[in-house]
Design a protein. Structure first.
Length: 63
């Protein structure tokens, strides 16, 4: 599974990092999210799906 965050859509709500802190990191300046790695670690798939579904801006895509 792969994960991507659309930086233009992300508004820094931080929900993804709260749900899956081992997958998403936050920018120190504006709080915008990005994946630590495009490859989702084994066992984190459900949390990444939850994070994507919880994003108010729908900035997270998974494939």
């Amino acid at each position: 599974m792969k994960v991507q965050v659309d930086g233009a859509r992300c508004q820094g709500h931080t929900l993804c990092a709260m749900i899956a802190p081992h997958v998403f990191e936050l920018d120190d300046v504006d709080g915008h999210s990005s994946p630590i790695s495009a490859d989702v670690p084994a066992g984190a798939e459900d949390k990444v799906r939850e994070a994507a579904g919880s994003c108010p801006e729908q900035a997270i895509s998974i494939s």
